[in-house]
Ligand binder design. Structure first.
Ligand SMILES: [Zn+2]
Length: 352
């Protein structure tokens, strides 16, 4: 992705997940130590008790967890807790320092119930307003209000129709992280419904892979410098998109979201003519014309690139600074076709 989300957006609003997690740990502990189980809502951690005590669906499900857990051994409960901890180490799973645990058949009755509890937790995120607070914090953090997975899908403002809240790790497989905001990422509808779908970020053909952490610090940069802007056979660029850093995490992102293909076909090619027209207008506005020197034209291209970088467009125009940078690079290298292309955009004023 092109921009990371702030950790605080997840951390500050993650109380539903924390509450369910702590209650389950409490149930396990009480059973291990043969302590009498308190009645609802005293089973909930005190600091969240008031906010969740009237929620009957989660109450019923946690009661079931208690009943099933009582039938298991202390070791089986320990295994279940390890599984929950494992599936919620989202950062470790994405960066590859933690490997996902398999669900062992002996704890299956409990994990089937845990799945329902955390799914109910996910529903509660909407009902309690946590989801909206989470989205608002992310939206406010974005300089450009677009989906950071593709860079061009517009994000609706908070209070409007909600953007997709993607389960980054699939909720049907990583069942106990369904309500954890560190596993929930606002995402444009196209990225979510047409590209990511049910792909498992952690595996491809059963081979483990790393993936970018939306709440981490690594993000991708796009460069078009290796693009050939014009050839004798074709006046359209042969787009070459370089994604850096070139690591497994960014390669997974490119693969899952078809980034290169979408940028070429949807963002770059259809907007290329418009960029050329803008370059032409900008250079004219600097009073450059046919008689200007290459150095003057180059300085003009540099100014336009900088202008686009400082004032990034939202949506499909967001890579314009890169396109101009690419033209500038080839102009400066003296590529005769690019020099001719840029110069043809300058007015043919008579020399005085
Ligand atoms: Zn997107």
């Amino acid at each position: 992705m092109l921009v990371n989300y702030p950790i605080s957006a997840a951390q500050d609003n993650n109380w539903v997940h924390e509450c369910i997690y702590e209650t389950i740990s409490f149930i396990f502990n009480s059973l291990n130590q043969a302590i009498a189980m308190p009645e609802w809502p005293d089973i909930l951690p005190q600091r969240h008790r008031e906010r969740l005590k009237s929620r009957t669906a989660v109450k019923t499900l946690l009661k079931k967890v208690e009943g099933i857990s009582a039938q298991l051994t202390a070791e089986q409960r320990e295994k279940s807790l390890l599984l929950i901890n494992n599936q919620n180490d989202i950062a470790g799973l994405l960066v590859g320092t933690t490997d996902p645990l398999m669900i062992e058949p002996e704890i299956r009755p409990l994990t089937d119930c845990l799945k329902l509890v955390f799914l109910e937790g996910f529903r509660l995120l909407t009902k309690t307003g946590s989801r909206d607070a989470h989205y608002r914090a992310i939206y406010d953090s974005l300089t450009v209000k677009t989906c950071p997975f593709c860079g061009y899908e517009t994000f609706e403002a908070p209070g409007q129709k909600r953007e997709d809240e993607d389960h980054y790790l699939l909720k049907d497989k990583y069942i106990t992280s369904a309500a954890n905001l560190f596993n929930l990422v606002p995402m444009g509808g196209k990225c979510n419904k047409s590209y990511k779908l049910q792909q498992d970020l952690l595996f491809k053909n059963n081979i483990r892979r790393k993936a970018l952490n939306p709440y981490g610090t690594i993000k991708a940069e796009i460069s078009l410098i290796n693009t050939t802007p014009i050839t004798l056979l074709d006046d359209k660029p042969d787009w070459n998109i370089t994604i850096s850093p070139d690591i497994e995490e960014t390669r997974t992102w490119n693969e899952i979201f078809s980034i290169e293909e979408r940028l070429k076909e949807t963002v770059l090619s259809p907007n290329y003519e418009a960029v050329l027209r803008e370059v032409s207008d900008f250079l004219k506005s600097l009073d450059l014309d046919h008689n200007s020197t290459d150095a003057q034209v180059l300085a003009g291209l540099e100014r336009f690139e900088q202008y686009k970088k400082n004032n990034p467009e939202q949506g499909l125009g967001y890579l314009k600074d890169k396109v101009v940078g690419m033209l500038k690079f080839h102009f400066e290298s003296g590529d005769p076709l690019v020099v001719a292309l840029v110069r043809s955009a300058l007015p043919q004023t008579e020399a005085t």
